[in-house]
Structures are given as structure tokens and as C-alpha cells.
Design a protein around this ligand. Sequence first.
Ligand code: FAD
Length: 292
Amino acid sequence: MRTKARIAIIGAGPAGIAAALQLTRTGFKPLIFEQNKVGGLLGNAHWIENYPGFARGISGDDLVQNMREHLARWKIPVRMQRVRGITKKNKKYSIRARRNYKADVLVIASGTAPRKPSFDTGSFGCQVLFEIAPIRKSRGKRIIIIGAGDAAYDYALNLSKRNKVMIVKRTLRSRALALLERRVRSTGNITVMHNSQVTTIGKKQHELQVVIATQDRRLSVACDYLVYAIGRIPAFDFLSPGLKKKFPEGDPTLYFIGDVKNRDTRQVAIAVGDGVKAAMEIAGRSLKNGRL
Ligand SMILES: Cc1cc2nc3c(=O)[nH]c(=O)nc-3n(C[C@H](O)[C@H](O)[C@H](O)COP(=O)(O)OP(=O)(O)OC[C@H]3O[C@@H](n4cnc5c(N)ncnc54)[C@H](O)[C@@H]3O)c2cc1C
């Protein structure tokens, strides 16, 4: 008897969405799990200008909205649940979320988690952040961003439209695209502190008090939010130790796609390409095994 393989996709970012769309076109009914928001990290991006088809560029928010509509049009279900654990027994994956689910094929599209400083930031509540989605619409705030890569510069450009922004970076050199650096310089309202480090964070009433050590002095600066953009690491803690060993190659029933495996090449187009490729491989294998 021909049966359809049950496919679970962990993560509704661009990679997971692309895989789900392609699988659905091929006749599967994939189930996506998402712990936070459909669209993934894209919801933090200011302006996407390297995704083909949008000649003038498109905001991260608008591209997320288009992707949401795409999922809805194909009636692809998204379970808004955090996956807490996945194990494999007798060729079946057991997915532990709010309920337990079974799957024959697993697609890990869970992206990355922010790299965090070595001390506990919990006591500063939501004033210390690792992604800017929660404060994107804020106005008139003083925001310090720590980091020297594309994300730090993109966050600064995004937030400086309505807030006062400072970037603090350890060296003179930057790891961000020259294009983003030029834009940051030309806005004229973003302060960049080179050769500097945040050494202490304190809280006084509602403000954060941040000490910044530059090459020759120490400054005490008050701010409303402090954003860490100091790198990201693959997010697949929820896999059992046996399944973790399969990262990043996977096997014919386990796929890693998008940012979770792409290290230094984390881009929307690549995540989407990975998603479509994995879906086509799953469909091709299923046809061969007579399971479609
Ligand atoms: C500031 C910024 C600017 C950027 N600008 C650009 C740009 O201009 N051009 C470009 O191409 N790319 C850009 N990017 C990168 C782009 O956003 C990513 O490459 C893309 O979002 C990766 O897609 P993904 O689906 O692999 O992962 P993600 O988008 O990270 O999605 C992963 C999803 O998995 C979910 N998830 C994780 N763990 C679990 C779990 N246990 N249970 C359930 N769900 C889970 C997460 O909540 C998330 O929604 C930018 C990124 C940032 C941060």
C-alpha cells in the first residue's frame, strides 16, 4: 500500500517555509513547528536588497508578510509550539512539543541562537536584547548596540530612524559590509565607538547605566536598551545526542537546512534554496521507495 511519509519541519523561517511550499506542491502535507514568529530572523532585518525579484529591495517585515501569505494560500499548517526534544526509535521521530508528534522525515530549519555574553543578563529584563524585533517600533529611545558585523550595522540603520543609536565595537576594523558602514556614516545620527568595550552594566531606576572603556578613558552612558549583536550559533539543542551527531550532513530522513548549517553564508536566498533542495530530495526518495 502506498502511504505518504509524515514530514515535520522545525522552524518557520525562510528555509522551513520554502521546504514546506515545495513539499506541498509535490503532494505532501508537512507540519511546521514554530516557537516564536513565522518569518524567523527575517523579522529583524531592515532592508533586503539581495533577494531576487525585489529590484528596489524589500523590508524584512514585508518579505515576512509575503511569506506568511504564501503559506496561507497553500493552507500549510504551522503549530506555534516550541519543540523541546526529538528522539528516533524504530525509524520514527518522536517530537516533544506541547503535544507529542511522530514523523518519518525530519527537516531541521531552526536557524541560529544569539551568542550571549559570559555573565547573566537576566536581571536587566527586556532592556538587554539579542534581537531587535521587540523594539523595532520604539521611538525617542537611547540604544547602544554592541557588535561589528552586518547585523549590528543593520540594527543601527533600522533603529536610528526614530531613536538615538550608538554602536560599540572592540576594534577599528569592522566585519560589516562596506556598504552598510557607509550608510551608517552617512546617516550622521549614529555614533560609532571604535576600539571600545562595554565593561559594566548597571541599572538606575528605569535606565541602564553602561560603562564604556575606550583606548584612553572610561565613559558612563545612560541608555534605554542595550542590544548584543556579537554573533550567532546553530540552534539544535532539542535533538537527542544521537541525532546531533548527524549534524550538518543528516541522512535520507534527516535534513539540516538554512542558517542552522550555513555558518558564514547565512542569507535568505541560500536558506530558501536549501529548503527547496531538501524538499525535492525527499520527494525523489519517496517516489523511489513507493511512499508518495
Ligand atoms: C539584522 C539582520 C539583517 C539581515 N539582512 C539580510 C539581508 O539583507 N539579506 C539576506 O539575504 N539575509 C539577511 N539576513 C539573514 C536572514 O535573515 C537569514 O539568513 C534567514 O532568516 C535564515 O533563515 P532560516 O529559515 O534558515 O532561519 P531563521 O530565519 O533563523 O528561522 C528559524 C526559525 O526556527 C525557529 N525555531 C528555532 N528553534 C525552534 C524550536 N525548538 N521549536 C520551534 N521553532 C524553532 C525560530 O524561532 C525561527 O523562527 C539578516 C539577518 C539579520 C539578523
